[in-house]
Design a binder for this molecule. Structure first.
Ligand code: SAH
Length: 458
């Protein structure tokens, strides 16, 4: 029998919030039917309005909070709307608990490892103004160029000048650059009609080296007065060491296109991390929170318990940060990464830091790992740091065949982490020893986790 849906669109009702989803939405239930409510915390009682009704659940907004949670802190509303800081209304220590519980939950339900303890999330000293990178959509609004953030699940731009979780120097630079582009009459891209020119403004900055990189993502190749514009940017923002035009003509949500033109500089900027210097190119991945990335990698290195005779594989190595941070402690490191520019950076980074016991290879980890295994490359420690989708089964199979003593898994997605931990336990003789969440993305629902697995010798 068809289940009766107990709420209707635009209905107003009072509910108690009983839970918080992984996406940071409050959950209420009416006759066991779930309603998801932004900006609502467990324990709160709220007058809500239902805004969308689907078959199995509905969405609602808060009209009035009748009872506030003691864990609530004042929040900036426009930011909540856009979803760039969906947890900012929750006290920071509670955010850390929320993340620890997320990891505990998937270990029980997905990995089927209910007895593995999860350590307390390591928090950030500065839980705001931490992002070293901004990728800002540009729009023209009433004749003015603006940057902002897309509202959750939409491409409606919410104009913004203070991004709260970004390095404020990046926010300031964005306004200076928009001013320059206005003066040169640069057109913003219009996504709906696919006309116009400037799609995104990308800014990366190191607070350690005070270097900045600016990428102007354009719809077409021809960029009138681009050299002059780049010179003006560097003159008005002396920290900028590279200005790049990236051309992306595709109708896509992917921000960067394939073609780069270096307008000024050599296409990279530098940051320092755990005492080493890194060249970072426009297309290369780099953790957005440098101090917390240091804690994340140091945790991984501590878990790896390295010896001078160890051979280590750093899979999904990016620009080589993990490989180079641990190279001095071991005999040899192999790194693999799919983005070619990142491997170019990684090789440069080895050279500028005088590290000569690492080899970096461009390729898919799930293809290169089986090849290394067949060639009898034996690593006794394997570190993996994959993107959100986690590891391919073929990668796990090859790793298990290589039979390292320890595997360190750094994950940005607890669900795929848990799935993969189960596979390691099923396909090989690996036991999860330690699970450490690290808060690399304060005010958001995201969490990084470092896991130590050891081979159980029988
Ligand atoms: N360890 C690095 C990068 C981690 S992010 C750091 O901390 O900076 C994940 C990286 O995996 C990205 O650089 C991405 O380009 C790369 N990647 C994604 N899919 C891959 C695959 N199938 N094989 C190899 N690398 C991949």
């Amino acid at each position: 029998m068809e289940k009766i849906i107990p709420v209707t669109k635009n209905q107003e009702l009072e509910v108690e919030i009983i839970d918080l989803t992984n996406e940071g939405m409050g959950v209420a239930r009416v006759d066991n039917f779930a309603i998801f409510i932004a900006n609502a915390l467990p324990g709160e009682i709220a007058e809500i309005r239902v805004v969308k009704v689907l078959k199995k659940f509905a969405f609602a907004i808060v009209l009035e909070l009748k009872k506030e949670s003691p864990d609530r802190v004042p929040a900036k509303k426009e930011l909540l709307q856009t979803g760039i800081a969906p947890l900012q209304h929750l006290a920071y220590d509670k955010q850390l608990e929320f993340k620890q519980h997320q990891v505990e939950h998937v270990l029980k339900t997905i990995a089927k490892m209910p007895d593995v303890p999860v350590l307390e999330t390591i928090g950030a000293k500065n839980p705001v103004a931490y992002r070293n990178k901004a990728a800002l959509p540009v729009r023209r609004n009433e004749g003015k160029l603006e940057v902002g953030f897309f509202k959750k699940n939409s491409h409606d731009l919410v104009p913004m000048t203070d991004f709260y979780i970004q390095d404020p120097k990046i926010d300031e630079a964005a306004q200076v650059i928009l001013g320059i582009l206005e003066r040169y009459n640069v057109k913003a891209y219009d996504e709906k009609n696919q006309v116009g020119f400037l799609r995104h403004l990308l800014i990366r900055r190191s607070d350690n080296t005070k270097q900045m990189m600016v990428v102007l993502v354009t719809n077409k190749d021809k960029f009138f007065k681009s050299a002059e514009i780049a010179e003006t940017i560097v003159r008005e923002l002396p920290e900028v060491v590279s200005v790049i035009q990236n051309v992306n003509p595709e109708n896509t949500n992917v921000i960067l296109g394939k073609v780069n033109h270096q307008l000024i500089g050599n296409g990279f900027y530098e940051d320092t991390l755990l005492g080493k210097t890194y060249h970072i190119s426009a297309a290369s991945f780099y953790q957005v929170n440098t101090p917390q990335a240091e804690i994340l990698y140091q945790t991984a290195i501590d878990f790896a318990d390295l010896k001078k005779s160890d051979v280590v594989i750093d899979a999904y190595c990016g620009i080589g940060t993990i490989a180079l941070s641990l190279a001095d402690k071991v005999d040899h490191v192999y790194g693999v990464e799919v983005v070619h520019d990142a491997i170019v950076d990684a090789k440069t980074n080895a050279a500028i830091n005088d590290v000569d016991n690492v080899k970096f290879k461009a390729g898919l980890a799930e293809v290169v790992m089986p090849k290394w295994q067949e060639k009898n490359i034996h690593a006794n420690v394997v570190v993996v740091d994959p993107p959100r989708k986690g590891l391919a089964e073929s990668f796990i199979e090859a790793t298990v065949k290589m039979n390292p003593e320890r595997i360190i898994y750094i994950s940005c997605n607890p669900a795929t982490l848990a799935r993969d931990l189960r596979l390691f336990a099923d396909l090989g003789d690996y036991k999860v020893e330690k699970v450490q969440p690290v808060d690399v993305f304060p005010q958001t629902t995201h969490v990084e986790t470092v896991v130590l697995m050891s081979r159980v010798d029988k």
